[in-house]
Write a protein that binds this ligand. Sequence first.
Ligand code: NIG
Ligand code: FE
Length: 423
Amino acid sequence: MMVDADLLIHSAAQVVTCASDVPKRGAAMQDVGLITDGAVVVKDGRILAIGPTESIRERYSAVQMMNASGQVVCPGFVDPHTHVVYAGDRIGEFEQRIRGATYMEIMAAGGGIVSTMRATRASSVDDLVEATLPRLEQMLRLGTTTAEIKTGYGLDLDSELKMLEAIAALDQAQPIDLVPTFMPAHAVPPEFNGRSDAYIDWVVNEMIPAAADWYRNSHFFVDGRPLFCDVFCEKNAFDLAQSRRVLEAGIAYGLPAKIHADEFTSLGGVGLAVELGATSVDHLDATMVEDAAMLAESGVVGIVLPAVNFNLGSHEFADARGLIDAGAALALSTDINPGSAPCPSQPLVMAIASRYQRLLPAETLNAVTINAAFGIGLADRVGSLTPGKQADLLLLNCTDYRQLAYQFGGNLLATVVKNGRII
Ligand code: NIG
Ligand code: FE
């Protein structure tokens, strides 16, 4: 008996599933679930079956047939750490850095995140949506079908809620599925200069409760997508005790934790993330060996963001190789933002990670698919080609998935299928 479906993609040189019920670790990172001459069957926006073309075509027929010969089919990319909603740009700072200033010097002098805050505060929800749509379109054209987005350029209650509104509107205005993160503790706003504890009081007592309220009335809640709470645990941002207050308040209000830790200095953020059962700990550039071992023992996903190091002209990168070898669940992200990484491309991140962090192409692919999905708590619906999951998949103009990390600066994407529909 033939089973009827909506879409049957067949004869792909390779189908790579990246399937796993748990975050991939160690040697499993090198397994992409490769099927040669593969096929994928889609029904009602979900994946119905995957396998070799011959056996799939014996059992399934579909309204729409797609011949993917000469192409690779892989899961849509998940970008698990972004600051893609913002106003203005920081091209002036880019030039300052070329002339020799460091990111931290610019931040200490009142530029950086606070300069984007000024532009963001002066914008309406519509302005933010309009500024962000083209960036999301670029991400989609590079293969990203799910992305997390943080607030953190408002830094006061109204402006942070405005950013949440913009994320919700963007989720409904374009194809990429978005997951919101509330991050009022991204920088100390100028009104609170020298009084960061007082700002954290406000964050904990007013802003987080208001965000939790907003979330429960949002479509994200209805759809079962989380609202995360994140904090920048860093010198000149928030110390470990302040970070703990923020994340504990978030958890108390039902917001699972994420943390920016060890980007420039190691303040103990990894230990905090492990203790609190955070979903992810992000950056990990300055992470000590003991903390890497602790992370490896935990269920927390480590997200590294090598486009930041690249963009800041650094020759040092997070020890992603060491993290995988230690047994940590590792994911990769663009961190797209106007300051430290104006980069929409997960394939470019894969290319950087393979060169400067010695990740194999297979490891980079699992890091932007299944492990990235675990890093935003959505692995039950995206991140791999698995029956029952959303049919979010990419057709690439190459016959070997390793081309994704091997090439750089171009775009191998031929077609995006999102929720079973060809875009
Ligand atoms: O992840 N580290 C803090 N936040 C961003 C940078 C944001 C910005 O510079 O605007 C990051 O690198
Ligand atoms: Fe970030």
